[in-house]
Design a protein around this ligand. Structure first.
Ligand code: HEC
Ligand code: HEC
Ligand code: HEC
Ligand code: HEC
Length: 154
């Protein structure tokens, strides 16, 4: 094979791999599964090198667990968005702009950490309660700190 030809093959293979592992969403390309990382948060407690970032199986949540987009994505009035695959969305931090917890108002939902936990942990606890655990901490969906924020072993 000529160099030109093999470069072409490599490029095509690269694209094939890229498209096989991602869904194409108009405007934005979203990976089927990705690490939830709000880069705006500068001081983190639950990040590498001590902890892995939390991995969200985005596509699986939608398709396998049958969770509609609007259960996680809403508009500026907290109204669920009626989306379909391919639609663009705003990132959580675009509205939940507070990057740090306020000691006087620990539950302030406009704090990004509380918004994420309010979404993920609440549903997971409900899921586990339905599966029979009284407190909702144990069961099919991760709901205790260490199940989502996994320590990196040295
Ligand atoms: C269902 C999974 C899940 C569970 C359970 C969970 N978290 Fe989180 N946590 C997240 C996600 C997702 C974020 C958002 C990360 C981001 O936006 O970058 C987050 C963010 C955080 C942050 C802010 C970001 C940072 O790195 O400092 C802290 C602190 C935190 N979690 C602590 C906890 C503690 C303590 C518990 C248990 C009481 C807990 N989490 C339980 C998923 C989880
Ligand atoms: C289980 C909750 C959940 C479900 C269900 C869900 N998403 Fe998401 N999605 C998220 C989270 C969390 C992010 C990361 C947001 C961030 O970085 O602030 C995200 C990111 C995205 C992004 C990328 C945003 C960006 O600019 O980085 C798009 C586009 C998107 N989702 C569209 C959808 C669509 C369309 C559906 C339904 C077919 C859907 N999502 C279902 C939670 C969910
Ligand atoms: C366009 C702005 C906007 C975006 C984007 C946004 N939110 Fe919100 N969110 C709001 C507003 C406004 C509220 C209502 C606050 C209140 O009740 O005081 C809210 C409320 C919430 C609540 C509390 C829900 C309840 O009914 O108690 C959670 C949890 C939440 N958001 C999580 C998220 C997550 C996770 C994302 C990203 C996937 C996100 N939000 C993206 C504006 C937004
Ligand atoms: C509306 C409900 C709902 C919301 C919101 C939700 N989840 Fe889940 N999650 C589930 C269910 C249901 C399961 C699967 C339980 C099972 O295996 O039957 C699950 C499982 C998981 C798992 C373990 C299995 C897997 O697919 O990786 C992780 C990790 C997870 N969720 C992360 C998250 C994160 C991070 C968020 C917030 C950004 C989130 N989830 C929001 C319902 C939800």
């Amino acid at each position: 094979m000529t160099i030109k030809k093999s470069l072409f093959v490599i490029t095509i293979t690269g694209f094939a791999i890229l498209f096989a592992s991602q869904s194409i969403w108009a405007g934005a390309i979203v990976k089927d599964t990705f690490k939830v990382e709000t880069k705006e948060i500068k001081k983190r407690k639950k990040a590498p090198p001590k902890f892995k970032l939390v991995e969200l199986s985005h596509k699986k949540h939608n398709i396998d667990y049958k969770i509609s987009c609007g259960e996680c994505h809403h508009d500026k009035n907290n109204k669920p968005l009626d989306l379909k695959i391919g639609d663009d969305v705003q990132r959580c931090v675009e509205c939940h702009t507070k990057l740090k917890k306020d000691k006087k108002n620990k539950k302030d939902i406009m704090v990004i950490e509380n918004a994420m936990h309010g979404n993920c942990v609440s549903c997971h606890k409900e899921t586990n309660k339905k599966a029979g655990d009284k407190k909702g901490l144990k069961g099919p969906a991760p709901a205790s700190c260490g199940k989502c924020h996994i320590k990196i072993k040295k």
